[in-house]
Design a protein around this ligand. Structure first.
Ligand SMILES: [Cu+2]
Length: 71
């Protein structure tokens, strides 16, 4: 979990999420990956280790989280 926290702090504007299959994003299997966030303030809405619900889009500059909140 500490490692996850470090990821959020150091990589500026990115968050690493472990998620299940997301067919709408072309991800047929679960994975752990870094996403950009649409607004850096979104990173303050969740804490390391939280279970979250999120929405993401496959944007020109990479997969980007558009909504996120702790469960
Ligand atoms: Cu993914």
């Amino acid at each position: 979990m500490n490692q996850f926290k470090r990821t959020i702090r150091e990589s500026g504007g990115k968050i690493t999420l472990k998620h299940g299959p997301a067919k709408s994003l072309g991800m047929d299997e679960g994975m752990t990956m870094a996403y950009r966030v649409k607004d850096p303030a979104m990173l303050k809405q969740v804490k390391v280790g939280d279970k979250v619900r999120f929405e993401a889009e496959n944007a020109d500059n990479g997969y980007t989280v558009t909504k996120i909140k702790s469960k």
